[in-house]
Design a protein around this ligand. Structure first.
Ligand SMILES: [Zn+2]
Length: 105
């Protein structure tokens, strides 16, 4: 059997990640932004409704895998697109919006 090309290795890895992501989103209620309804898997992400737990901070790359495998309860999280996720963070004061102040100068 011939060795896989680097490109094929990357494609296989991306497919494995996609399967994990889809299973994770399914456990979080579906691959759809809860705010705007966007279903584009490329821009969907996990929104933490509350502060990230210490475990989540230490294992950011394993979160989707653990949820997909049922090893982590999908509580306190929801699926959002990146735009709605960032707006959520502004609304909760997790990001500071200084554009108004910059315009005052
Ligand atoms: Zn959205």
């Amino acid at each position: 059997m011939a060795n896989k090309t680097k490109r094929q290795v990357r494609i296989d890895r991306a497919i494995r990640r996609l399967k994990i992501t889809l299973e994770c989103f399914e456990r979080l209620g579906g691959a759809k932004c809860v705010k705007c309804g966007n279903r584009d898997i490329r821009i969907l992400t996990i929104n933490h409704l509350t502060k990230k737990s210490e475990w989540d901070k230490k294992n950011p790359n394993n979160l989707r895998r653990f949820i997909a495998l049922g090893l982590r309860k999908p509580t306190g999280m929801e699926v959002r697109c990146h735009n709605c996720n960032i707006l959520y963070e502004y609304e909760r004061g997790r990001r500071i919006d200084v554009r108004g102040r910059a315009q005052e100068r």
